[in-house]
Design a protein around this ligand. Structure first.
Ligand code: F6P
Length: 317
């Protein structure tokens, strides 16, 4: 194996992962080619050779130095064939794809349909990659959201107000559940679980009678809009609410120590796996061990332990 390619999505910790890949590859005398703008760049042939020094000083920065883009063209056979041509033109013996469900699905396609040697590295704030305890970026996203929430709580407590805070996660309630638990929130609404707005309002009204006026309700974007939930609460309880949508701040920022460590372990293992002739596999953290699983498994819907977390949140509130 002489040359490998790397393409990424964006979230905190991806730069640390690029660094780990480039430097591990270099330690084996393997050259790394960075592919810019994700699958779009693979189609367009936007590549550059990365040496050890090219990845200096990026371990603590968010986003991706490789830039990224969504690629509708990669969904077409024409786009896929152009991507293959770039792999050929750059003499790539293998490819490491760092990203979430969409990126890994495309990686599986390259491996299974075209025989490209591909290893996937799970990196997404949504933490929705099946069979993977933690994806790079998820820990930072939870910490960024938690930091914002702690600030919101200052006002919620001082003014004795109800706040409805919307977090990201696409169809996965991971960020919402972790933030609700670690932020001491009263309620959490996630895609994996039905909720009853009347029940929530009853709890608020009963709490109010007991003198509890400040509430923070976390809403995962994949289930409802925070603005709609807040409007309903005001309509039913006649209490004032405020809405905060945290949005893309959750995807950026300095990666936590946990994410940098995970990125280093994942990036290092990805190169080792390619070198050992593995393909169509995804790296995973399971019970703190770095293992691998077929990409086909990784892109299946993930089941997160919603009930355990939900019960804990409600018990502790
Ligand atoms: O998958 C990561 C994510 O940030 C989701 O949490 C969110 O739903 C989506 O991407 C937002 O996508 P975009 O940046 O294209 O608006």
């Amino acid at each position: 194996m002489k040359r490998i390619g790397i393409l990424t999505r964006d979230c905190a910790g991806i730069n640390a992962c690029i660094r780990a890949i480039v430097r591990t590859a270099d330690s084996y005398g393997i050259e790394t080619v960075g592919i810019f703008r994700g699958y779009e760049g693979l189609i367009n042939g936007e590549t550059k050779v990365f040496d050890r020094r090219a990845v200096s000083g990026i371990i603590n920065s968010g986003g991706t130095i490789l830039k990224t883009a969504r690629s509708k063209r990669f969904m077409t056979e024409e786009g896929q064939l152009k991507a293959l041509q770039t792999i050929k033109d750059n003499n790539l013996d293998g490819l490491i794809v760092v990203g979430g469900n969409g990126s890994l699905t495309a990686a599986h396609l390259l491996a299974s349909k075209y025989g490209v040697k591909v290893i996937g590295v799970p990196a997404t704030i949504d933490n929705d990659v099946n069979g993977v305890d933690l994806s790079v970026g998820a820990d930072t996203a939870v910490n960024v959201a938690l930091d914002a929430l702690d600030k919101i709580r200052d006002t919620a407590d001082s003014l004795e107000r109800i706040f409805v805070v919307e977090v990201m996660g696409r169809d996965c309630g991971y960020i919402a559940l972790r933030v609700a638990l670690s932020g001491g929130c009263e309620e959490v609404i996630v895609p994996e679980r039905d909720y009853d707005i009347n029940e929530i309002c009853e709890e608020i009204t009963e709490g109010n009678i007991r003198g509890k006026i400040s509430w923070i309700i976390i809403v995962a974007e994949g289930k409802a809009k925070a603005a709609d939930v807040a409007a309903k609460i005001t309509q039913i309880t006649e209490l004032e609410t405020r809405v905060v949508v945290l949005g893309h701040i959750q995807r950026g920022g300095r990666p936590t120590a946990f994410d940098r460590t995970l990125a280093a372990r994942y990036g290092n293992t990805a190169v080792e796996m390619l070198k050992d002739g593995q393909t169509d596999k995804c790296i995973a953290l399971r019970n703190m061990e770095v293992v691998m699983l077929p990409l086909e498994e990784a892109i299946k819907p993930k089941d997160i332990e919603v009930e355990t977390f939900y019960r804990l949140i409600k018990t502790l509130t």
